[in-house]
Design a protein around this ligand. Structure first.
Ligand code: PBG
Length: 323
C-alpha cells in the first residue's frame, strides 16, 4: 500500500527541500550565446525578428563578448553576414572574412571565453543554400572541400570550436582531416548531427539573410518525423570524428535529445533556436507568459532531456537571472 506511507509532497514543502533533491541544474557555464557579425565598425543594430539580439561589427562584437564572459557564459557561436555573396560563397573561407575578423577581435578582448563558429555556406551564397548548387540541385561532395577550408580559416583566426550546420554527408570527416592537416588537431568539432528541416528557423533566416532563393532545405536537413534516423546521423558523425554532437531544434525534439544522450558517450548539445526564442519573446511582450519563468522552465527541460550544452539566445538573460 503506497499511501499513506508514500507521500511525495513531503519533499516539496520548502524551497530548501526542493533545492536539496533537485535533479537538474543549469548554470551559465553550460551555455553558448549566438552572435551575428557584420562588416564595418561601430555597428550595433537590433535584429527585428530576434528582439534583444543585434547585428554587430567586429569591434562591437568584442565589446559584447566581454560582457558575455563576465556573465559566466561559456562562449559564443558566431554567424557571419558577409559583404558579398556569390554562387560558391567565396567569403566563407577568406582569412579576412567577416567572421574571421570578429574571432580575432573577440580573442584579443577575452581571455577565457570560448569562441565557436557556425560552418555553413548558406549565409555566403547568393542562392542561400548550404552547399554548392548545380542544375538546381545541392551537390554534396564538391561542397566538402569548401566547408573544410572554411573551418580551417576559422581555426586559424582563433576559433576554439567549429560547428558544421550544413548537413552534407561526410563533412565531419572532411573538416577533421582539413583541421589536422593544417595543424589544428586541438580544434574541437561540434557537429550539428541531427539537424531537422524546421519552421523554427524562420527568424534566424531573416537575421542571417540566408533564406534559400529556390526550393527548401529538405533534401539535406532531416524530416521532423524521424527519430531513428537521428541516431544514425549521430553515429556517423561520431565515427567521422565529432567531439560533441548536437540536436536542433531543441524544444520540439526533447525525445531525440534523450535518445541521443543514451546512444553516445560524447557530450550532447541542443540548439534552442530562433523560432523558439521569438515565440517566447512575442508572448512575453503581450504579457501572456512570464518570460523569466518560462525561459527557465524551457532551458531546464532541455537539460533534463539530456543536453550537456545548450545554445540559446536567452543565455544573457538567463545568466543575469542566475547571478
Ligand atoms: C545555417 C544555420 C541555420 C541555423 C543555424 N545554422 C539556419 C538554417 O539551417 O536554415 C538556425 C539557427 C536558428 O534558427 O536559431 N545552416
Amino acid at each position: 500500500m503506497p499511501f499513506p506511507a508514500e507521500r511525495p509532497r513531503r519533499l516539496r514543502r520548502t524551497e530548501r527541500l526542493r533545492g536539496l533533491v533537485r535533479e537538474t541544474r543549469l548554470v551559465p557555464g553550460q551555455l553558448l550565446y549566438p552572435m551575428f557579425v557584420v562588416p564595418g565598425a561601430g555597428v550595433r543594430r537590433e535584429i527585428p525578428s530576434l528582439p534583444g539580439c543585434f547585428h554587430l561589427s567586429a569591434d562591437e562584437a568584442a565589446r559584447e563578448a566581454r560582457e558575455i564572459e563576465a556573465l559566466g557564459i561559456a562562449g559564443v557561436i558566431l554567424f557571419g553576414l558577409p559583404a558579398h555573396k556569390d554562387p560558391v560563397g567565396s567569403e566563407a573561407g577568406s582569412d579576412d572574412g567577416v567572421v574571421q575578423r570578429a574571432i580575432g577581435a573577440i580573442r584579443a578582448e577575452c581571455r577565457e571565453l570560448l569562441v565557436a563558429t557556425d560552418v555553413c555556406l548558406c549565409e555566403y551564397t547568393n542562392h542561400g543554400h548550404c552547399g554548392l548548387v548545380d542544375a538546381g540541385e545541392v551537390r554534396n561532395d564538391p561542397t566538402l572541400e569548401l566547408l573544410a577550408r572554411m573551418a580551417v580559416s576559422h581555426a586559424r583566426a582563433g576559433a576554439h570550436i567549429v560547428a558544421p550546420s550544413d548537413m552534407m554527408d561526410g563533412r565531419v570527416a572532411a573538416i577533421r582531416r582539413g583541421l589536422d592537416a593544417a595543424g589544428f588537431a586541438d580544434a574541437i568539432l561540434l557537429a550539428y548531427a541531427a539537424k531537422y528541416a524546421s519552421a523554427f528557423y524562420g527568424p534566424f533566416r531573416e537575421a542571417a539573410d540566408s533564406t534559400p532563393q529556390f526550393g527548401d532545405r529538405r533534401s539535406y536537413q532531416m524530416d521532423a518525423a524521424n527519430a531513428r534516423e537521428a541516431l544514425r546521423e549521430v553515429r556517423l558523425d561520431v565515427e567521422e570524428g565529432a567531439d560533441i554532437v548536437m540536436v536542433k531544434p531543441a524544444l520540439a525534439y526533447l525525445d531525440v535529445i534523450g535518445r541521443v544522450r543514451e546512444a553516445v558517450d560524447r557530450p550532447v548539445a541542443a540548439y534552442n533556436v530562433s523560432g523558439e526564442y521569438a515565440m517566447v519573446k512575442a508572448a512575453a511582450a503581450r504579457g501572456w507568459v512570464d518570460e523569466r519563468a518560462i525561459v527557465t522552465e524551457i532551458l531546464t527541460s532541455v537539460k533534463r532531456a539530456g543536453a550537456d550544452v545548450i545554445i540559446s539566445y536567452h543565455a544573457k538573460d538567463f545568466a543575469r537571472w542566475a547571478a
